[in-house]
Design a protein around this ligand. Structure first.
Ligand SMILES: NC(=O)c1ccc[n+]([C@@H]2O[C@H](COP(=O)([O-])OP(=O)(O)OC[C@H]3O[C@@H](n4cnc5c(N)ncnc54)[C@H](O)[C@@H]3O)[C@@H](O)[C@H]2O)c1
Length: 247
């Protein structure tokens, strides 16, 4: 049976939604410690206390992942507490939707900075740790929108770039026994999806062979598999977890 016993992880954007479910799954899988990097301080403290009542295996950290200095501080705190990092999940993401001809530079920059540049910051800090120990698992959260979605030019560009980053880091770090994969979710029932009008949600469900949205735990299970040694032969892949929407 695969598990994360003895492993230390960093998960970003995990106050709620998919990220919180990933932390839950990692703790269920026996992870020795999970650093929770999250923008909303109160939310991350409450979520950590809920998932890990004694807060012995979680380390909630207030961190805006689009801020390089905050990321460097947060990873330093994780290393100080845990001594090492085995797994990095880059999950934090936002949307600022608009038709491209109406999109502002601020909408473009905020989405690219939170969704993509954040991975530059986290990977810069964590990859040297993993290379030094000849072991690591990195999972980056992309999206089905990487293939293009009306009103999401900024988001789609960030999510497609994440795949290019993933494939390149997999090539560069494979010789150091580090796997780097992406997961591209489609329509997961979180607050991000609840922001979409109901009539559009109903139309989207009809496009999904499984005819429903995913529970975020179903996504967490995919990330969990890619974070364990049972996925040791998988690297440089993007798994589209979308209820079959793209077939
Ligand atoms: N929900 C979906 O249908 C769906 C589909 C495809 C991809 N995704 C991707 O999955 C990931 C998680 O999405 P979700 O649905 O759980 O979203 P969510 O909005 O429910 O949760 C996102 C979490 O990230 C945190 N966050 C936002 N900006 C941050 C920042 N700058 N620094 C640190 N933390 C920050 C938020 O506070 C929140 O806790 C995102 O990358 C998203 O793009 C979601």
């Amino acid at each position: 049976m695969y598990n994360l016993e003895g492993k230390y992880a960093v998960v970003t954007g995990c106050g709620k939604g998919i990220g919180a479910c990933i932390v839950k799954r990692f703790l269920e899988g026996g992870a020795a410690g999970v650093a929770m990097l999250e923008y909303d301080e109160e939310l991350v403290k409450n979520t950590a206390a809920e998932l890990d009542p004694e807060v012995t295996r979680t380390l909630p950290i207030r961190c805006d992942v689009s801020n390089g200095e905050m990321v460097r501080d947060a990873i330093a705190k994780a290393l100080e507490k845990f001594g090492t990092i085995d797994v990095l999940v880059n999950n934090a993401g936002i949307t600022r939707d608009s038709m491209f001809h109406k999109m502002t530079e601020a909408q473009w920059d905020s989405v690219l900075n939170v969704n993509l540049k954040s991975m530059f910051y986290t990977c810069k800090e964590v990859i040297p740790v993993m290379r030094a120990k000849n072991y690591g698992k990195i999972v980056n959260i992309s999206s089905v929108s990487a293939l293009g979605n009306v009103g999401q030019a900024n988001y789609a560009a960030s999510k497609a770039a994440i795949q290019g980053l993933t494939f390149t880091l997999a090539k560069e770090n494979g010789p150091k026994n580090i796997t780097v994969n992406a997961v591209a979710p489609g329509y997961i029932a979180t607050d991000m999806l609840k922001a979409v009008p109901e009539n559009i949600q109903e139309a989207w469900k009809k496009e999904i062979p499984l005819r429903r949205f995913s529970d975020p735990m179903e996504l967490a299970n995919v990330v969990y598999f890619l974070s364990t040694d049972e996925s040791s032969w998988i690297t440089g892949q993007c798994i589209y977890a979308s209820g079959g929407r793209l077939i």
